[in-house]
Design a protein around this ligand. Structure first.
Ligand code: HEC
Length: 186
């Protein structure tokens, strides 16, 4: 099929890609790649990882149905108490701008008590947050909460996250207090 004059060229390409793969494997075994969390990524690695993450989450979360009653107070209260139990150490709260986790983890957990800059598509953001909370993010500190918590509970936290940036420290305190009827937080 291939004309003979192209054959040597193809052989050459096969050998070259073999060498590239061998060099890649040798690099992995060499131990030269810096794995420390306090040694930041190069711009290229950062771009590759961020693009991989964003494209993947967008694709996986696009078809999720957002509950129509996301903004009801019951969700807000239940989600607030769970957030305060499980998330605040990494994602902060009004009046708190850093913690051991935000200083030491890499990638750094985003401050979810801060308003997002720029245009926000509320529907897409709710889908994205639900997916991330349920499934977690590989090779980061973000755990998958869906293994132990049902979808309703996760939507309640998504509901709470909508309000979180507009709360004062006092409002946060009140909204996240766990009532006596709802202490089954594990
Ligand atoms: C041990 C730290 C840690 C805990 C606890 C944690 N997270 Fe995360 N979370 C992370 C990190 C780190 C990221 C960012 C990962 C990345 O950039 O790849 C993240 C990302 C997220 C995002 C995505 C933000 C965005 O849109 O980019 C959401 C939403 C989120 N977490 C919600 C939660 C909720 C809700 C809880 C509690 C149920 C929680 N997280 C608990 C570390 C944590």
């Amino acid at each position: 099929m291939v004309p003979p004059k192209y054959l040597s060229c193809i052989k050459c390409l096969v050998v070259a890609s073999g060498i590239a793969v061998a060099a890649g494997v040798a690099f992995i075994y060499s131990g030269l790649y810096p794995m420390a969390a306090d040694d930041r990524h190069t711009a290229l690695t950062y771009w590759a990882l961020e693009t991989l993450r964003e494209r993947s989450i967008n694709r996986a979360s696009a078809g999720i149905d957002v509950p129509a009653d996301l903004d009801i107070p019951e969700r807000l209260l239940a989600g607030g108490a769970d957030y305060n139990d499980m998330c605040v150490g990494c994602h902060l709260k009004p009046g708190k701008t850093e913690s051991d986790f935000t200083l030491g983890l890499y990638p750094v957990p985003p401050n979810l008590a801060q308003p997002q800059r720029g245009e926000v598509d509320l529907e897409a953001r709710a889908q994205r947050r639900f997916w991330v909370i349920k499934h977690g993010i590989k090779a980061s500190g973000m755990p998958a909460w869906g293994l132990e918590h049902d979808d309703e509970r996760i939507w309640n936290m998504v509901a709470f996250l909508r309000r979180l940036p507009s709360l004062s420290p006092e409002q946060y305190q009140i909204l996240t207090a766990r009532g006596s009827t709802n202490s089954d937080h594990h």
